[in-house]
Design a protein around this ligand. Sequence first.
Ligand SMILES: *Cc1c(COP(=O)(O)O)cnc(C)c1O
Length: 393
Amino acid sequence: MPVSCTAAPPQPKVQRPDKTGRYGQFGGRYVPETLILALDELTAAYEEAINDPAFQAELDHLLKHYVGRESPLYHAERLSERYRRPDGSRPEIYLKREDLNHTGAHKINNSLGQALLCKRMGKKRIIAETGAGQHGVATATVCARAGLECVVYMGEKDMERQALNVFRMRLLGAEVRPVTSGTRTLKDATSEAIRDWVTNVESTHYILGSVAGPHPFPMMVRDFHACIGRETRRQAQEAWGGKPDILVACVGGGSNAMGLFHEFVDDADVRLIGVEAGGEGIDTDKHAATLTLGRPGVLHGSYSLLIQDEEGQVVDPHSISADAEALQAFQDLSRLEGIIPALETSHALAFLDKLCPTVPDGTRIVVNCSGRGDKDVMNAANYLPHLSGGSTQ
Ligand SMILES: *Cc1c(COP(=O)(O)O)cnc(C)c1O
């Protein structure tokens, strides 16, 4: 049951963090003293890099020739038609095809940018955390290309669930370190990666994959993904000579949403909608609606919204493999457009059922198609027994 949280308009918009890395009350740096110097160094190296035309040129070259950018803005005619109303009106739905990038999702934009930054800083070793494995695969990929040592921390439970991605990372030359503490999932893998970084900060760069962690990570991750929104603006201008009316993206770690939204934050006429996974319902404890239901707190080095228990202990979001509405959207896009979306993306697509009946005729909606669903088909097959096995169909 996907739930949406429209980007909060009441607060003044704080796009650029202040000197302490804060966006309004959020962000900051809640880390051990040993990391402050490293974060200062990283911030300086990053600022220098993005202002160096040679760095930008190399990044742009690789985004084009290695990642395959720009990704198309595709008009989903049959999906739009599905939302036609009795009076003949309908929205026009477009998909920003991040699923067509190398490795099958948006994640490589950030991993590539940070790997180039790492080389520039003269570091030879990369660490990363991963949940479902996509960020680990994207990072292992760019490390292989750049000849960097790569260690990926992954919860033991996630390793069991995502065996194919574990194999891919190893095939790409990365070491996958199982994390056996806590819930043996992403939160613990991230804590372990931060611990490694504290110990090896001289030789090692940490490629964080979410819009999270201490400053400058949220800013950096956002900036490396901002090509998604910049292309969208240009492509919309070319396709219909205007802007999109509404942008929709799923929100897990926030990176594909920020990548699409950032370009449009100052456009008051463009609505930005982030969709979180509601799991079995936001009135149960089995959901991942951190922004919708979270309370402010500190985790992994920054001040953010977290799901907490009565004592303020951080509760792991329910790991959503597939809720019913997302699973339906997963099948619908496959059949209507011949595009098998990732299950994460399917949460954003499922929200169209709620959104489309409420918008005026001809409203142009861009959904960030953050990734392809190949990684999810085995999992989905468990929920769709009529499509799997047997020889009769
Ligand atoms: C990782 C992933 C997400 C969720 O991460 P964000 O940081 O919220 O973008 C969404 N879609 C796909 C395809 C992913 O691989």
